[in-house]
Design a protein around this ligand. Structure first.
Ligand SMILES: [Zn+2]
Length: 247
């Protein structure tokens, strides 16, 4: 059953550079606030959910600590921070939904860097986690990986300033190109008739619903901080920012 009334318009899928939007409050419950549209990315595909605020018409701000997918397909839940005044948010009212830009920017840079890593390590991915402070990618392989060579490889692809863009393809097109699926753990969502594909020109092409920068140059100084053997057939690569954290 598809309940279109529950679906949240996902503005971040077409334009990851949007920091805010106005939206109507559709529902509020103990899980959080649902809006008719949002710029908040819900945790998924390894990428952490957005945080930020919902600004009410009177200027008050209600803090959002996380964003999750709801129980129904296409439903996005803005999780209010502990202590946030949920009672101030009224169903039917208009709010300005504004993300924590520094946090999202870190997600976008790391997420794009994980695609660069995929291009450097030609093995299937069987796990992925992207946060504000680090990203990690698990590859299904038993060969050793060289930390410095991977850091140098990422730096080269960043310096080459490749264009990053997305487009939508049909499920039939995906079925005809199974090599597009790099990840063993995260299969592209089915049943919506179309699949979002992320392309880093000349470098990487794979289904992905996450948020990315628009050019690899924006990834900046990302380094491999650790390479671990997680199991006989899993090598984990951890990424970090090379520059000191702001503030
Ligand atoms: Zn991606």
């Amino acid at each position: 059953m598809r309940d279109d009334a529950a679906m949240t318009e996902e503005l971040f899928r077409e334009d990851a550079s949007l920091h805010e939007c106005t939206a109507r409050v559709v529902a509020i419950d103990e899980l959080g606030v649902r809006l008719d549209r949002t710029v908040f990315y819900p945790q998924g595909g390894g990428q952490a959910g957005d945080a930020g605020v919902l600004q009410l018409a009177d200027g008050r701000e209600v803090a959002v600590s996380d964003t999750r997918k709801g129980a129904l397909p296409g439903e996005i839940v803005h999780v209010l921070a502990p202590g946030a005044d949920a009672g101030a948010v009224q169903v039917g009212s208009t709010v300005t939904a504004r993300i924590d830009v520094a946090r999202r920017r870190a997600h976008m840079r790391f997420h794009t860097a994980t695609h660069l890593l995929c291009a450097l390590v030609p093995h299937p991915v069987d796990g992925c986690s992207i946060t504000e402070r680090y990203a990690r990618l698990d590859f299904h392989m038993n060969e050793p990986l060289d930390k410095q060579a991977l850091t140098d490889g990422i730096a080269r692809l960043v310096a080459q300033a490749h264009r990053v863009s997305h487009r939508w393809i049909s499920e039939a097109e995906l079925d005809a190109n199974p090599q597009l699926v790099r990840s063993m753990s995260v299969m592209p969502p089915r049943g919506q008739g179309r699949i979002r594909v992320l392309e880093i020109e000349g470098v990487d092409l794979q289904p992905c619903g996450g948020t990315h920068v628009t050019n690899t140059s924006e990834v900046g100084a990302v380094v491999v901080t650790k390479v671990e053997k997680k199991s006989a057939m899993t090598r984990r690569v951890v990424l970090g920012f090379a520059e000191p954290a702001a503030g």
